[in-house]
Design a protein around this ligand. Structure first.
Ligand code: AMP
Length: 208
């Protein structure tokens, strides 16, 4: 199954993808995670995109498309994918049509006020990428990853100025994809206001 998770930052795409990948037996491919891994490993790509991510702007289409094309060519993605955070522009969506067409595009629907609450309370473990929320999904010990014991951090782009920019970028560049995929008849609207397990059950029912 080829699935795209579309929606504003903070709607829960990564959280749902991380549990859906086991339920569906397909890999979770997050372009944000791929960029962050490159930044952490100080690769050429990482150096190129570091400032762009910190400001909450979009990495140029050619760079992003090439990275996704390479990732989709890996063995674990041959039976399908969950793309989280890609496509984010019409040019990327057109490129995906040529590479591996999505069968369903899930539109994560959540109020702007709830998005702001989720993003500003998000904390991550830098080495594993595991995410928490200071209120909704706190770690067992404040500020510490449950499994590795490492300190949790706030992503640079989860700070207020970058959050507001990311939401603007979403409205301008990515929200038009809702219509793009609705016209193709493959868009599914998913209410993301509840608990992750309930959202996943709802998604499974909608996909049937
Ligand atoms: P995310 O983790 O999905 O919120 O992505 C974090 C950041 O990575 C975004 O704010 C962008 O700077 C960059 N990024 C992720 N996916 C894309 C994409 N499809 N196109 C361009 N930039 C992206």
């Amino acid at each position: 199954m080829n699935l795209v998770f579309l929606g504003p930052p903070g709607a829960g795409k990564g959280t749902i993808a991380s549990i859906a990948k086991d339920a569906f037996g397909i890999p979770h491919i997050s372009t944000g995670d791929l960029f962050r891994a490159n930044i952490k490993n100080e690769t050429e790509l990482g150096k190129l995109v570091k400032g762009i991510l910190a400001a909450g702007n979009l990495v140029p289409d050619e760079v992003t498309i090439k990275m996704v094309e390479n990732r989709l060519g890996e063995a674990d993605a041959l039976n399908g994918y969950i793309l989280d955070g890609f496509p984010r522009t019409v040019a990327q969506a057109d490129a995906l049509e040529e590479m591996r067409k999505p069968e369903h595009v899930v539109n994560f629907v959540l109020d702007r006020s709830e998005i702001l609450k989720r993003l500003s309370g998000r904390r991550v473990c830098k080495s594993t990428g595991r995410t928490y929320h200071i209120i909704y999904n706190p770690p067992k010990e404040e500020g510490i990853d449950d499994e590795t014991g490492e300190p949790l951090i706030q992503r640079d782009d989860d700070k207020e100025e970058a959050i507001l920019n990311r939401l603007d970028v979403y409205e301008k560049s990515t929200a038009p994809l809702i219509d793009y995929y609705r016209k193709k008849g493959i868009l599914i609207d998913l209410d993301c206001s509840g608990k992750p397990e309930d959202i996943l059950e709802n998604l499974k029912a909608l996909l049937k």
